[in-house]
Structures are given as structure tokens and as C-alpha cells.
Design a protein around this ligand. Structure first.
Ligand SMILES: [Fe+2]
Length: 405
């Protein structure tokens, strides 16, 4: 269980380190040099007790290992696209809300078992998985927004049937990822996902992060990047095991719009034989309309170095996906980091993704005790009939900035 503290409790007099949401390599290297100069024996600090020296297997990959995207892209055949089309027509004929999507209301007799196999072999099984898979390509332009969301939910129900609550304020179980700076003033935007800016390597909450690309940016950019957190772990275990000890310690993670204002929680766990990293950078640095509060404890210099190390090692070993309109990207968020490049929209083509957080209760990994409560809020807190699928973008309450102009 995560420790809950009030702002007044244990408030350190020290300052928040000089670290921003957007990583600065020069600052990271300077901080590392400073800390090692102060204490050259830092790298001699051993790994946390019981943690592995190295992780082997298919999930500990490097981007340079991959050069043939057919290994992770499943391109839907004409027959499978026809099956999806028949399923969405059938579902619409039932006149049901999208939360009623299930294998019986969205039947995929041929494709369904294929998707279930992909979920096991590519996302969940540490013996075979790379931690991600892309389903290509839904002809989104031929469908209405409702139909596209129904297709997305319909395919996803075969990958991982349980959807997470993304917005407790509305019951929203999907999130529109698009540049909303023309709709909302910047002080209301508390996450880079609502801008055109890059996002550093990070983890979302939940087991499986799904992204459906409705449109790419007309002016380019917006590349989707993935990195194996197990590969990053191996590098740190070899060169800087002390930083793994830092990551296994507790960080003051800001809760922004929720109470209490912060929680003390680790980012690194060793549970059920697996390493799990929850890289919650924004909760340590703040972003735009949700800056880091001054009346909560700062993170430490060591934590700042560890956060940057996660990003820059992920950058070193990442794979950039050729994410296309109509693609659905599924990522095991417990062993992978994701990031994106900045992008440039045009009036004709505005980048627009739709995010769902999923869990496969049969295949999903066990989460460590400090994450159980969070997972219960994600996956158990909302009855099916309260799940909302907003057709148009809206600000998630947890990412809404504090103040207006
Ligand atoms: Fe994310």
C-alpha cells in the first residue's frame, strides 16, 4: 500500500532539483558528474536485495535488433477487414452503447482467436513476447466516429477485455490524444498529450496501453517510440545499480487534481519473478498547466538523476514505429516505456489518437502490492454501464490545469 502524507508532513527544506518534464541531456550528465565527484563509490552500492543482476529473454530487446516490421505488425487481410465490417454493422443494428461490446455483440469468429493468440505471444508471455504489437490497418475514413470507436473497442475486447477508467469525473474509458491548444488555454493543459510537443519516455497507468491512430500530422513528426524497460534495467544493473536502489525507494509523486496532494511510491518493483517499472516522470516534474507544487516535498538529486537515466537509456535503445492512420498499437506498459516526437499539424490533417488502458485478467501479470489500490481504481471502480466513450476530445480531469487566465 502506498504511503499517504499531507502537505505539511515531512516537508523537506531542500529545493526541487533543476529538472523539467522535457529531459535535458546536458543537465543529466552534469548532475551525474557532480554526484559521482561527491561520492565516487556510488556505483559500488549493490542492487536492492533479491533483484536480478540481469534479465534475459525476448522482452529485453534493443531497437537495433529489429529491422523487419512484419515481426510486430499484423496486417489485416481483406477477409478479416470484411469480418470486422460485418461485426460493426451487426453491433450497430443492436442499437447498444459501446460499453456493451463483447465477443457476442462484436463477433469475430476467424480474427478473434488470432487476436487472442497475438495478445498471449506478443504482449504477455515473457518467453515469446516483445511487449508490443500493431494491428494494421483499419480503413478509418470509411467509418463514422462511433463506428471507429466500436471497431477499436471490439478488436480490443479480444486482446484484453477489461477497460480502465481514465476519467473518474466523467466515466470516460477512452482518451483522445490530440493538440487541444486552440480549444483550451495553456493553463488548462496539464499533459503534453494535449499539445504537439514531444513526450519523454514514460509509463502510463495500467497493464496494456492501446493507441488507435485516426489521423497523422499533415506536417510530419509525431513518431511513436518504444523501449524495453528490461533492457534499461540491465544497463543500470551493470553500470549504476545504485540508481536501481533509488528507483526502488519511494518518490513523492504529485497527485495534482486529486487528494491527497502527493503519495510516496516506488517506481521499480520486483514481483512474481518480474521487474516492473512505473516511470511516472510527469508526477515528479509537473507540466504546463499542472506545475510541480511548491508545498509538497521535492524529489532528491538522486531521484532526478535516476529519472533522466531512465529516459536517456530508453532513448539509446528505443525502436521507432512506423505508426500509420488506421493502426492500433498495443503495448505491455509493465515492461515497456513509450514516447513520441513533436509534430506539426496542418488544417487538413491533425494528428488524432484514441487511447484505451486495458487488462487481460487471464493473461495479465500480477501487480506488486503498492500498485494494487491504483489498479483497483482503474479496473474495478466503474460498473460497465457507467463507461463513457466520448466521440469528441475532452480534457481528462486528472490532466486539467489548475487555473484559468
Ligand atoms: Fe503515455
Amino acid at each position: 500500500m502506498a504511503t499517504i502524507l499531507s502537505p505539511a508532513a515531512s516537508l523537506s527544506q531542500s529545493q526541487q532539483p533543476d529538472i523539467d518534464y522535457h529531459p535535458d541531456e546536458a543537465k543529466w550528465r552534469a548532475r551525474t558528474a557532480r554526484r559521482l565527484a561527491d561520492n565516487p563509490s556510488l556505483p559500488d552500492i549493490p542492487l536492492p536485495a533479491g533483484f536480478p543482476d540481469t534479465i534475459t529473454g525476448s522482452l529485453a530487446w534493443e531497437g537495433k535488433d529489429w529491422n523487419d516490421e512484419t515481426e510486430w505488425v499484423y496486417t489485416l487481410s481483406t477477409e478479416e477487414l470484411m469480418e470486422i465490417d460485418e461485426a460493426v454493422q451487426y453491433f450497430e443494428g443492436l442499437n447498444l452503447p459501446i460499453y456493451q461490446i463483447s465477443p457476442s455483440t462484436f463477433p469475430l469468429p476467424t480474427l478473434g482467436p488470432v487476436l487472442q493468440q497475438l495478445s498471449s505471444s506478443h504482449l504477455h508471455d515473457p518467453g515469446t513476447a516483445r511487449g508490443f504489437v500493431v494491428i494494421r490497418s483499419i480503413p478509418v475514413a470509411t467509418y463514422t466516429r462511433f463506428q471507429n470507436l466500436a471497431i477499436y473497442a471490439g478488436i480490443s475486447v479480444y486482446i484484453a477485455p477489461t477497460r480502465a477508467l481514465q476519467d473518474p469525473g466523467t466515466g470516460g474509458v477512452i482518451g483522445h490524444i490530440t493538440d487541444l491548444r486552440e480549444t483550451f488555454e495553456s493553463s488548462l493543459l496539464g499533459a503534453a498529450s494535449y499539445t504537439n510537443e514531444s513526450q519523454p519516455f514514460h509509463s502510463d497507468p495500467g497493464d496494456i496501453v492501446a493507441l488507435f491512430c485516426l489521423e497523422v500530422a499533415g506536417g510530419g513528426g509525431g513518431g511513436s517510440k518504444l523501449a524495453s524497460s528490461w533492457r534499461v534495467y540491465n544497463e543500470l544493473a551493470k553500470a549504476r545499480p545504485d540508481l536501481l536502489g533509488v528507483l526502488a525507494g519511494k518518490f513523492p509523486l504529485e497527485m495534482f487534481n486529486r487528494a491527497p496532494p502527493y503519495r510516496m511510491r516506488s517506481m521499480l518493483f520486483h514481483h512474481d519473478g518480474k521487474i516492473i517499472i512505473q516511470n511516472a516522470r510527469r508526477l515528479c516534474t509537473g507540466y504546463m498547466g499542472l506545475p510541480r507544487s511548491k508545498d509538497i516535498p521535492p524529489i532528491t538529486e538522486a531521484q532526478a538523476e535516476a529519472l533522466d537515466a531512465l529516459h536517456f537509456l530508453a532513448e539509446k535503445y528505443h525502436l521507432k514505429l512506423n505508426f500509420q492512420k488506421g493502426d492500433i498499437q498495443y503495448v505491455n506498459n509493465l515492461c515497456m516505456f513509450h514516447a513520441r516526437d513533436e509534430f506539426l499539424d496542418t488544417s487538413e490533417k491533425r494528428r488524432h489518437l484514441v487511447r484505451i488502458w486495458l487488462r487481460n485478467d487471464e493473461l495479465g501479470w500480477k501487480v506488486p502490492p503498492p500498485l494494487v489500490k491504483r489498479w483497483e481504481v482503474l479496473y474495478d471502480a466503474i460498473p460497465l454501464e457507467k463507461q463513457k466513450f466520448p466521440l469528441e476530445p475532452e480534457l481528462r480531469s486528472a490532466s486539467r490545469g489548475h487555473t484559468s487566465k
